[in-house]
Design a binder for this molecule. Structure first.
Ligand SMILES: C[S@@+](CC[C@H](N)C(=O)[O-])C[C@H]1O[C@@H](n2cnc3c(N)ncnc32)[C@H](O)[C@@H]1O
Length: 303
């Protein structure tokens, strides 16, 4: 270490080694079209670690001491693009149809809990959007379906006895830290209507800060979707624009895991350019006004 790095050109065999390692670690797959990006990020890491050959870097990555460098490489490879209220037609379907159905179904069973998981949450816009939409939907639902429970003062965001838990996870610690902080510049606020800005944000200097009440609904945590130990008993899973970076085998494995992580008749939302078509027969597609969701099918064979 300590010597300046030089630009390293990867042989095909070296590229394959790196692709395989990354795929094994996090499910992402860098095919020929994305090899250039992989190569660029590798150069950056070689520079940061002051190593001058692929071989010495690969040895570091696969050693016990190299765990944190492996994390840094993976962080450099993730695409973290996101926004508030991303894919509005799908969110309309979520709020107006699916939440409504779920709340009715739960109320009949006197189950007042709602558990939602945003898997691959990036800098937090997705889980905070869900928190705001759920708070709005529950307030409206409560108006039409009041319950004989004492309403505390000041009125909480989530009317009792309902309990909302939003778990938001990512493989990238830097985005998780930003998400936890929940401070957003003006230019990222375009999709947030002013009524929601007033209700759910404070203005701190030139940034919008998520209010404490919304923050308390969301719990951020590190989860690598490649592993088997994932959050269970979810009513709804959002995993949007994550699978698109995985190969087909990994997508199938992930969908199978989501199936197991969902409560019976739970819902899965994937990204606009993603689909479960041809990957599973364990979900039913729901499509309305340009919004798509998938519902877990319950048959004996699917257990
Ligand atoms: C393009 S962003 C999508 C953010 C948000 N879901 C949305 O649609 O706006 C993809 C996120 O998935 C995360 N990610 C990629 N591979 C992952 C893995 N194996 N486990 C957990 N998160 C992963 C990345 O770190 C990134 O923050």
């Amino acid at each position: 270490m300590g010597t300046p790095s030089v630009s390293v050109n990867l042989t095909e065999a070296e590229l394959k080694l790196l692709q395989t390692l990354i795929n094994q670690e996090c499910g992402m797959y860098f095919d020929e079209r994305r090899a250039h990006f992989l190569h660029d990020r590798l150069q950056r890491r070689l520079k940061a670690t002051a190593l001058d050959s692929f071989y010495s870097y690969y040895r570091l990555l696969t050693s016990r001491e190299g765990k944190s460098e492996l994390n840094s490489l993976l962080e450099n490879l993730t695409v973290n693009e996101t926004s508030f209220y991303r894919n509005k037609p799908q969110l309309e379907l979520f709020q107006k149809t699916i939440l409504e159905e779920l709340l009715h179904r739960k109320q009949e069973r006197r189950d007042w809990s709602l558990r939602v998981w945003s898997a691959g949450c990036s800098t937090g816009q997705e889980p905070y959007t869900l928190a705001m939409m759920i708070a709005d939907a529950l307030a409206y639902y409560y108006l039409r379906n009041p319950l004989p429970f004492e309403m505390p003062f000041p009125k909480p965001l989530i009317p009792p006895p309902w309990k909302v838990e939003i778990l938001a996870s990512d493989i990238n610690y830097s985005v998780l830290r930003a998400a936890q902080e929940g401070m957003y510049p003006e230019h990222q606020m375009d999709p947030v209507e002013y009524t929601s800005r007033l209700r759910y944000f404070d203005k701190v200097n030139d940034k919008y800060a998520i209010k404490k009440g919304v923050k308390e609904l969301v719990h951020f945590d590190f989860h690598n979707l490649k592993t088997e130990f994932l959050p269970q008993r979810n009513d709804i899973i959002f995993c949007r624009n994550v699978m698109i970076y995985f190969d087909e085998a990994e997508q199938k494995r992930l969908i199978e895991k989501f199936y197991r992580c969902l409560n019976s008749e739970g819902y899965l939302f994937v990204g606009h350019a993603e689909s479960l078509f041809g990957l599973t027969d364990k979900f039913k597609m729901i499509h309305k006004d340009n919004g798509t969701a998938y519902q877990r099918l319950e048959t004996n064979s699917h257990g």
